[in-house]
Design a protein around this ligand. Structure first.
Ligand code: ADP
Length: 330
């Protein structure tokens, strides 16, 4: 059975980008077709300035939202990264096979380090080594596939390199995984700045739609989305990034077979496109918000899911991590 692994960082409230780029595939496809393991990767939230109470709260909220979005604990494993020590055990071993040059080439590192420097903060060493911990997250479970948005593709590529290098140098230990990107909405852009990704770790703005936004808030944000100076609706990510983003969001909401370029032909005005996009997003998020409220009323259930998930994850990861320790000479 295909082993599938993916995760989400509790660095902010989950966004429409996280949902369309990753979570929806986990819910609709991955948990039904493979042995799927999903993780709230809280250790990754410590790589930049953080508030301890907020990280704890957001971890819990992320797990609750993943269940609300439709992850079924009977069909998949859901847990919190820091509950399973194997991740950090393996990360150190992988650090001993990776180079600092490889880490410094990562686009996310460059962007985030520049942001930290701009506000006068130091760049935490863990920000540099973050992709190695991510590689450990994936390799510990022998994952074949990693369903992610486009922004994580480079990190999965690095994971492949590290796995192949380890296997070659120390004997076959790891499955070499591959990234699986959604066909549309692999990179949902900020509604107010369609040249930058809709990111939950960014400061909250009206360009970001959160899964828990009220319907009216979602509508307002989408109706006020920045569009382009032309008036024709065409799908062109370079020349018309704002309109292309709305078309991608709408196509993703409508389902797999729907192509953003085909949708463009149905619209003669930006207003009509925005209205249909807003309606589609509101309908997509409504059940998630409703189930989230129900789950919040039953915190014991979420605790139990995470406890059982961590126990299963530990059992799966330990033999692989033990093998890696032996192979490298410990
Ligand atoms: P963020 O960058 O919002 O903090 P994470 O790093 O926690 O998100 O990513 C969780 C998943 O959501 C990853 O698979 C990532 O590729 C995906 N993702 C994040 N932002 C977007 C986006 N704007 N569009 C598509 N997918 C995204």
């Amino acid at each position: 059975m295909t082993r599938i692994f993916s995760g989400v960082k509790p660095t902010g409230h989950l966004t429409l980008g996280n949902h369309l780029g990753a979570v929806r595939q986990w819910v609709e496809t991955d948990q039904h077709r493979g042995d799927a393991i999903f993780c709230v990767v809280d250790l990754h939230a410590l790589t930049v300035e953080h508030d301890p109470a907020r990280v704890r709260r957001l971890s819990r909220q992320a797990a609750t939202l993943l269940l609300a979005a439709g992850l079924d604990p009977e069909r998949c494993t859901l847990f919190v990264q820091s509950h399973v020590d194997e991740h950090t055990r393996l990360a150190y071993i992988l650090e001993c096979t990776a180079t600092d040059g490889e880490m410094r080439r990562m686009i996310q590192y460059k962007e985030k380090a520049a942001r930290e420097r701009a506000v006068g903060g130091g760049v935490r060493l863990s920000l540099l080594t973050y992709p190695v911990l991510m590689a450990a997250d994936i390799l510990a479970y022998g994952a074949d596939e990693v369903p992610v948005g486009e922004d994580q593709a480079q990190h999965v590529e690095l994971t492949r390199d590290l796995a192949a290098r380890f296997n070659q140098r120390y004997g076959h230990t790891f499955t070499v995984p591959r990234a699986v990107l959604p066909t549309v909405a692999a990179r949902v852009m900020d509604l107010q700045d369609p040249t930058s990704k809709m990111g939950k770790s960014h400061a909250e703005t009206s360009g970001i739609v959160y899964l828990l936004d009220e319907a009216e808030v979602v509508r307002k944000k989408i109706m006020r989305a920045v569009t382009d100076s032309g008036s024709e609706v065409v799908y062109d990510r370079e020349a018309q990034p704002g309109v292309a983003n709305l078309l991608e969001i709408l196509a993703a909401c409508r389902g797999d077979a729907c192509k953003p370029a085909d949708l463009a032909a149905n619209y003669s005005s930006y207003g009509a496109l925005k209205k249909d996009t807003a309606d589609a997003v509101v309908e997509l998020l409504r059940p998630v918000r409703e189930r989230h409220a129900e789950l919040c009323a039953d915190p014991g259930h979420v605790d139990e899911v995470l406890r059982a998930g961590a126990e299963r994850a530990r059992g799966l990861a330990r033999p692989t991590v033990d093998d890696a320790y032996r192979a490298i000479g410990l």
